[in-house]
Design a protein around this ligand. Structure first.
Ligand code: ZN
Length: 243
C-alpha cells in the first residue's frame, strides 16, 4: 500500500507508470556499488523515484578532486566522514521514505554474499575491473541482474546483464580495461551515465520499456553520438558457462 503522502509525492510518475509499478519500486532493494561520479546521480534518482531500499557500498572519503562529478558531497565535507555516511544523510533528506543501508566497506570474495544478500538488483558504479569482476561473478551465481557502466573523459558505456540470458561482464570484457589511479573525467559524463543506470533499474523493476539486455550502449558526449553494439554470450565464459 502507498500512503497518502507517497501518492502525492509520486503523482507525476504514477500518472504514466501506474500505482502497481510504484509499489514494485517501493518493494525493490537496489545495491549501488561505488558512491562516486556514477553512484551519486544513480542513487539520487533511485531515491526520488521511490525505490524502497538502497544498499550503498563504498570505502572512501570524499577528496577535493572528486567534487567535479561526485555531486552527493559538499566542499566542506572533503576528507571528513565516509562517503556512504554522507550519501545516506542526503538521500534520507531527499526522500525520508527510502530505507538506506550505508556500508563503509571494501567488497571482497569473503563478504560480498552477506552484504548483498537482500539486493534484487545491483548497480556497478565502480572505477575498477577487479571489483567489477567480483560483483559480476556474484550476480551470475545468485542470478541477480547487474547494470554495468564505465566512464572516461567525454565517453561512457552501459549495459544490463541478466544472468543466464545475456552475456555477463566477463563475456563482454574478458580482459580488464587497464586500471589507472587518476583517469580524466567530466562531471556531465558520469552524471548522464549514472542517470541511465537509474533509468535501466527503474525499467527492470517495473517491466516498462526496453532495457539494454545484450546491448552495449556507447555514448560520446563530445560529438553527441550514441552507438548500440549487440554483445553475445561466450559459451566458454569462465563465469557464466552453463548458467
Ligand atoms: Zn559470461
Amino acid at each position: 500500500m502507498l500512503s497518502k503522502r507517497e501518492l502525492a509525492r509520486y503523482n507525476r510518475q504514477t500518472m504514466f507508470l501506474g500505482i502497481e509499478n510504484q509499489l514494485k519500486l517501493k518493494n525493490a532493494c537496489v545495491a549501488v556499488i561505488g558512491l562516486g561520479g556514477l553512484g551519486s546521480p544513480a542513487s539520487i534518482y533511485l531515491a526520488v523515484a521511490g525505490v524502497g531500499k538502497l544498499i550503498l557500498i563504498d570505502s572512501q572519503k570524499p577528496e577535493i578532486s572528486n567534487l567535479n562529478r561526485q555531486i552527493l558531497y559538499f566542499d566542506d565535507e572533503v576528507n571528513g566522514e565516509a562517503k556512504v555516511k554522507l550519501a545516506a544523510l542526503k538521500i534520507k533528506k531527499l526522500n525520508p521514505d527510502v530505507n538506506v543501508k550505508a556500508l563503509n566497506v571494501k567488497l571482497t570474495r569473503e563478504n560480498i554474499k552477506g552484504l548483498l544478500k537482500d539486493a534484487s538488483l545491483v548497480i556497478d558504479a565502480l572505477d575498477n575491473f577487479e571489483t567489477r569482476y567480483l560483483v559480476n561473478t556474484f550476480c551470475v551465481e545468485e542470478k541477480i541482474p547487474l547494470i554495468h557502466s564505465a566512464v572516461e573523459g567525454f565517453m561512457g558505456q552501459i549495459t544490463t546483464i541478466i544472468p543466464g540470458v545475456t552475456p555477463c561482464l566477463k563475456c563482454i570484457f574478458p580482459i580488464p580495461l587497464p586500471k589507472r589511479e587518476r583517469f580524466p573525467i567530466l562531471g556531465v559524463t558520469a552524471g548522464l551515465l549514472g542517470i541511465l543506470e537509474a533509468s535501466e533499474a527503474i525499467k527492470l523493476i517495473t517491466g516498462r520499456g526496453e532495457i539494454l539486455a545484450g546491448t552495449l550502449l556507447l555514448y560520446d558526449l563530445e560529438r553527441n553520438i550514441q552507438e548500440k553494439i549487440k554483445v553475445k554470450r561466450n559459451p566458454d565464459c569462465s563465469v557464466c558457462r552453463g548458467v
